[in-house]
Design a protein around this ligand. Structure first.
Ligand code: CA
Length: 220
C-alpha cells in the first residue's frame, strides 16, 4: 500500500479503463476521429470526461461553460450529463475543429443544449458578464491557451454561482511544471496559475492527478 498517488503504467491504466470506463459509442467515435488530427493530444482523456460528467451530475448542474472546445469532446460529455433543459456555452476561435464538434453534437441529439460562440473566449466571457449572467453558471471547464488561464479563471469565478465549480485542465503539464530545467512561456503560465489558485481563499481546491492533471476549485 502507498499513501502517494500511484503512477499509472500502461497496464494499470488499461486496467483502470477496463473496470470503469463507460464511454458511449458517440464519444468513442469522436475520439477516434480526433485521433487522426495532428493536434489530437488536445483532446481530454475519456476517464477524465466521465469524471467531469459525474461531477456535473452530483452538482445537479444546468448551466456550464466550456472554454476551449476543440473537436467538442468535453462539451459533449457534459451535455450528455445535463438535464434536458441544461446548457453549455462553448468558447473557441477555430471554425474548422468546431465543425467536427457540431457534427457529433447533432448526432448525439444535444446540439440544442450547446451554444457555441466562435470568438476569443475572453470576449465571450466579458459579454456574458455584461449581459448580467454573473453568478448564474454551475460549472466551468478551462482547457484553452495557457497564457490566459488566469484571465479565464477570474471571469469564471464571476460567472459561477456560490458553490459552483471550475475545473482546469493540464495543470501537471506532462510533469514539466516540476522540471526546473523547463521554463518556456506556457509552462511558466501554468506554474503561475497553480500558485495563484493555491493562494486563493475565494475557493476550496483539489488538484486531481487524472490524465494531465485537473484542478477543481469550488467558489465559496
Ligand atoms: Ca487539455
Amino acid at each position: 500500500m502507498t499513501k502517494k498517488t500511484l503512477g499509472l503504467d500502461d497496464s494499470l491504466h488499461h486496467y483502470l479503463q477496463a473496470v470503469s470506463l463507460r464511454e458511449p459509442d458517440i464519444l468513442k467515435q469522436l475520439r477516434e476521429e480526433t485521433a487522426q488530427l495532428p493536434m489530437s493530444q488536445m483532446q481530454i482523456a475519456p476517464e477524465q470526461g466521465q469524471f467531469m460528467a459525474l461531477l456535473v451530475q452530483l452538482m445537479k448542474a444546468k448551466k456550464t461553460l466550456d472554454i476551449g472546445v476543440f473537436t467538442g469532446y468535453s462539451a459533449l460529455v457534459v451535455a450528455l450529463a445535463l438535464p434536458p433543459e441544461g446548457k453549455v456555452v462553448g468558447c473557441d476561435i477555430d471554425e474548422e475543429k468546431t465543425e467536427i464538434a457540431r457534427r457529433y453534437w447533432q448526432q448525439a441529439n444535444v446540439a440544442d443544449k450547446i451554444d457555441l460562440r466562435i470568438a476569443p473566449a475572453l470576449d465571450t466571457l466579458d459579454e456574458l458578464i455584461a449581459a448580467g449572467e454573473t453568478e448564474t453558471f454551475d460549472f466551468a471547464f478551462i482547457d484553452a491557451d495557457k497564457r490566459n488561464y488566469e484571465n479565464y479563471y477570474e471571469r469564471c469565478l464571476q460567472l459561477l454561482r456560490p458553490g459552483g465549480l471550475v475545473a482546469v485542465d493540464n495543470v501537471l503539464w506532462s510533469g514539466r511544471v516540476a522540471d526546473e530545467t523547463v521554463d518556456d512561456n506556457r509552462t511558466q503560465a501554468i506554474r503561475s496559475f497553480n500558485d495563484k489558485v493555491y493562494q486563493d481563499d475565494r475557493v476550496s481546491i483539489s488538484l486531481v492527478p487524472i490524465a494531465d492533471g485537473l484542478t477543481l476549485a469550488r467558489k465559496q
